[in-house]
Design a protein around this ligand. Sequence first.
Ligand SMILES: [Zn+2]
Length: 413
Amino acid sequence: MVSEVGNQLAELTSRLVQIDSVNPPGDVTKVVEFIKNWLSERGFSSSIYEYVKGKPNLIARVGKGKPVIILNGHTDVVPPGDLSKWTYPPFSGRIIEGKVYGRGSTDMKGGVAVIMMVFAELGPLIEKKGTGSLVFSATADEEVGGHAGVEALVKDNVLAGDAAIVAEPTGFDKYCIAEKGLSQVKLIARGRPAHGSLPLLGDNAIMKLIKAIEKAQDTVNEINRGIKLPQDLIEAINNSSRVYLEGALRSGLKLSEDDFRHTIGSVSFNPGVIKGGSKVNMVPDYAELELDMRVPPGVSPSNVIDKLRNTLSGLAEVKVLDTSEPNYTPSSERIIQLIREGIGKQGAEAKPIIMTGATDGRYLRLKGIPTVIYGPGELTLAHTYDEYVTVKDLVNTYNTIKYTVEKYLGLRQ
Ligand SMILES: [Zn+2]
């Protein structure tokens, strides 16, 4: 049987899904209008911050003073892809047998619906007798990096607080305490051209690049042997490994939990693009590789690059393409403790996880705000066909987040 709050959450998620906010182009104006009206009908005012036209961010606050707890969700979604692969049209928001279907149901209009409901439910109470403030933020641009969304708001100090919950999909009994960072580089090998029939006259850039790739992998392996992780992060890596393993087994891959543990808990190594040479009968004088490495908390992305520069000197240049810092909120933080308690209250065992990709949570963490990623849906359903969120997950995460905010702002002993 679905509860009253379950019906409301399903209905609200469905209405949000029905508003197309595909990114690119990432125009979320209509979703933000809907949220603004929805809040206003319940007596809450909100402010709009639009750093890039068509990508407005909405912020609403209740209460006053510290501590400040932030609820955050993004309003953009990824494109639906091949429409013929959807059982129900991606923007139908169909509610069937305890599930809401459609693009963004899991990532993350379900999460936005949950935090809207928590804000509306607790707002009046916080105004009357809470200690501190609750900030609701619906932000743009996450699916393409969050630059016009959370990054800009944090930089502007518009989004600031003492703790934050980002309601990205983790499923109701899991919560995310960390995200890997990123070191993406280009290795460039240069040689000397010659006729292909007399290769000894040249210096083959492709052969140099192959040696450089092997050395780069050795260097990363050596960095990985030296990684030491705190206990709660090891637990998070183990839990995430199980989640990814289930998905891999379903698609018929023969992998073990240890394989995932190793990849998630260390610097991963993926040569993604290779180019070089111009003709079969010429010794190539140029070859390049684009290399993607994901870096766990405790390892510095620029350190990895410095080490590569050292070991590859003479073989290949190392050019930086992109870096971002790994980030982590320790389990000793109050926000993490409260989320754990909230999950526990509903009879489940709370499990920390780590994400291999990035969310907007990184901008909050890098600003020093203890942040937990926690919301309805399953990460493995994000960006897939027939994406859905269960009403049960909506209700359970709603209960956990509501509990956390109540405790955090002194509304509950
Ligand atoms: Zn998302």
